[in-house]
Design a protein around this ligand. Structure first.
Ligand SMILES: C[S@@+](CC[C@H](N)C(=O)[O-])C[C@H]1O[C@@H](n2cnc3c(N)ncnc32)[C@H](O)[C@@H]1O
Length: 385
């Protein structure tokens, strides 16, 4: 694996799938193939991959499956919850138990709530019958003894909730929701099995070994080097593989949009997580701020912290998009350079000005960009200066 494989993986337009990647559609996700190509090119088994803006954990899933150690950091509790669910292996006993639980769910004894025909159309909020259905499922899940099974089924509820509220044009009935929930969880069981067998093929022999390959920390990367939760014995990292928030681009990491409009904090109450922050908290500043000053200051300080967490020969690989690349790319590069990194070129071929750009398929956020700037991410590679 090398530069050419990374460029090919970068341009692949496949749907995000495989292993546990489809557990949740985290906004602005990496393509798993790209993450895999980068990890294989720049690390060997046992070496450390750091993702300081880990989001839904694509990099960590791929790193563990390839028997690399991985540290993921994110300010968003939802991101850490999803990354943990995707990388916590469930063995055959747990999976059997989950299957039995789902089987019982398919035969409801009580009448399930259902809306009138008129109630199923469009609405500004989460409809009452889905609130009740989700709350009932949550109660059933919390009665389970095993935390791994609870988190897995709660992540499945998040997945189905996202389908019902964030992605659908019509609300499903309670019965349709439950049917879909069982289907989603069953697909997740297959994903979990392939994650475990992939890790085993790479040499991870026990589930305990899987768990001990990754650490996920909910906090800002700024000053993360002082955090006692980071495993000091693993550091410094050989590779940083990451995708920071995008300047000036409207991406909602902490909300779903009901029918593309009204924003709901539903992902937090479905999972029982803390939210309580405004959008700017998750994007290194308000995207409408003049010249995005807070954002670029945040990037510089974040990369100063990252500098303290990496080896002198580390590689820093980033994918990023800009609302206005003509102005923002050079400011971004200046911030990273001030933090102590120099840009290097991966491959001259197929790159403009030594950098590779990719067009992004089917992403919500890019519909909001100006056509000329739309749907493009740039691959940036740096080394410590
Ligand atoms: C583009 S997303 C990462 C997506 C990820 N590559 C994936 O595949 O799912 C950027 C992430 O940065 C997180 N973030 C924003 N500010 C942060 C900070 N100061 N420290 C750590 N994470 C932060 C956001 O919460 C968001 O999850």
């Amino acid at each position: 694996m090398g530069g050419q494989d990374i460029i090919e993986a970068l341009h692949a337009q496949d749907r995000v799938k495989g292993l546990t990647h489809s557990f949740y559609k985290y906004p602005a996700r990496f393509s798993p193939g790209f993450a895999r190509a980068v990890i294989e090119a720049f690390t060997r088994p046992g070496e450390l991959v750091l993702d300081p803006f880990v989001g839904g954990g694509t990099s960590v899933v791929e790193a563990v499956a390839l028997r690399r150690r991985a540290i993921g950091i994110d300010v968003n509790e939802l991101a850490v919850f999803v990354a943990r669910a995707k990388t916590s292996p469930l063995g055959p006993r747990n999976l059997k138990e989950v299957e039995r639980w789902l089987h019982r769910l398919e035969k409801p004894r009580r009448t399930i709530v259902s809306p009138s025909v008129n109630g199923m159309g469009r609405s500004k909020g989460v409809p009452w019958w889905l609130k009740i259905t989700i709350a009932r499922l949550r109660r059933k899940i919390s009665a389970l003894q095993d935390p791994l099974e609870r988190n897995f089924l709660c992540c499945a509820l998040l997945k189905t909730g996202q389908w019902a509220l964030d992605c659908s044009s019509e609300f499903p009935s309670s019965r349709q929701f439950i049917r879909r929930y069982v289907q989603d969880a069953s697909e997740m069981i297959c994903g979990m099995k392939s994650y475990v067998s992939e890790g085993k093929r790479s040499g991870l022999s026990t589930l305990q070994q899987f768990r001990s390959m990754r650490r996920l920390v909910c906090r800002s990367v700024i000053e993360a080097e002082r955090d006692a939760r980071l495993p000091k014995q693993w550091l410094p990292a050989k590779l940083v593989l990451t995708s920071p928030p995008y300047p000036g681009v409207h991406v909602l990491y902490h909300r779903w949009q009901i029918h593309g409009r009204a924003e709901t904090p539903a992902p937090y109450w479905i999972t029982g997580l803390q939210d309580g922050f405004g959008g700017a908290f998750y994007t290194l500043g308000d995207r409408r701020e003049k010249e995005n000053r807070s954002y670029f200051r945040g990037i510089r300080i974040a990369f100063q912290s990252i500098r303290k967490l990496v080896r002198h020969d580390a590689t820093i690989v980033q994918l990023i998009s800009f609302s206005n690349p003509d102005i923002q790319l050079s400011r971004y590069l200046a911030a990273v350079s001030e933090a102590g990194f120099s840009e290097v070129s991966l491959l001259e071929s197929r790159c403009s000005a030594g950098r590779a750009w990719r067009s992004v398929p089917g992403r919500k956020w890019y519909a909001q960009l100006k056509p000329s700037h739309s749907a493009r991410e740039v691959l940036l590679i740096h080394k410590p200066a």
